[in-house]
Design a binder for this molecule. Structure first.
Ligand code: DGL
Length: 253
């Protein structure tokens, strides 16, 4: 049986659109509704309770669109809210966590830098992950990079200077970098240039493969030939709306 309803994707802001780009590429027949909570971004400097409340509110908007599954395209919101959402909802809820395991396996004895929001690094979910896999890792909170991406900057001198400052202390010892925030996936080229030869990991592709599996298992795959995509934001700021269109072009491009 086919299910042509869309898949809901949410983030605090434009970061989740990097995830959406991968989902659109890997699942071109599925339709998506994206919601960025730009009115409350960044999430990563808030308490777990606040992040949970914001996330629930955006998920409520997605449910009104009759989505068949929800993708929390945000490491921070996943840490704060995914478990509660799974308890409350009867549809599949997928989330993201920093790709620590593959990075550590790749790096061997080399150093792994995990770039994420302060909330992601502090919350229980990542603490557990870190206990399990986190040997030779350094946690690097980068709330400033979230702000820069929200401002529409992905490869400016300011972005490059910020990445440089975050990673310079580890230069020469680094074997891998984990982009543990979906906003930073837009900065992949800038990060790679800052640490040439170092392997950069993110969770978007793994999430897309997991989504394929979940759709198959739950018999939720579409019968459509081509998927569509709607873009929404909780912000009414005209500048944010303009940036949403810019990022949407990058998703579709
Ligand atoms: N994009 C988000 C993440 O993956 C959160 C960024 C933020 O709002 O602080 O963690």
């Amino acid at each position: 049986m086919a299910d042509n309803r869309p898949i809901g994707v949410m983030d605090s802001g434009f970061g989740g659109m990097s995830t959406l780009k991968t989902l659109r590429e890997i699942l071109p027949r599925e339709s998506f509704v994206f919601w960025g909570d730009n009115a409350h971004a960044p999430y990563g400097v808030h308490t777990a309770r606040e992040i949970q409340d914001y996330t629930m509110e955006v998920v409520r908007r997605l449910l009104e669109k009759d989505v068949k599954a929800i993708v929390i395209a945000c490491n921070t919101a996943t840490s704060a809210a995914a478990a509660t959402l799974r308890e409350q909802l009867s549809l599949p809820v997928l989330g993201l966590e920093p790709a620590l395991k593959p990075a550590v396996e790749y790096a061997g004895d080399g150093l792994v830098a995990v770039l994420a929001t302060p909330a992601t690094l502090k919350l229980e979910k990542y603490q557990q992950l870190s206990l399990k896999y986190g040997r030779n890792t350094v946690n690097v909170p980068c709330p400033e990079l979230v702000e820069l991406v929200e401002a529409g900057q992905t490869d400016t001198p300011q972005v490059r200077a910020c990445i440089e400052e975050k990673l310079s202390a580890y230069r020469g010892r680094l074997k891998a970098v984990v982009l543990g925030c979906t906003h930073f996936v837009w900065l992949r080229d800038a990060v790679q240039r800052a640490v040439p030869g170092v392997r950069v990991f993110d969770g978007n592709q793994g999430l897309a493969l997991h989504l394929i599996d979940v759709l198959q298992t739950n018999r939720l795959e579409t019968a459509a030939e081509y998927g569509t995509c709607e873009y929404h934001t909780t912000s009414q700021d005209p500048e944010i709306l303009r940036r949403l269109e810019d990022f949407a072009r990058r998703v579709e491009g």
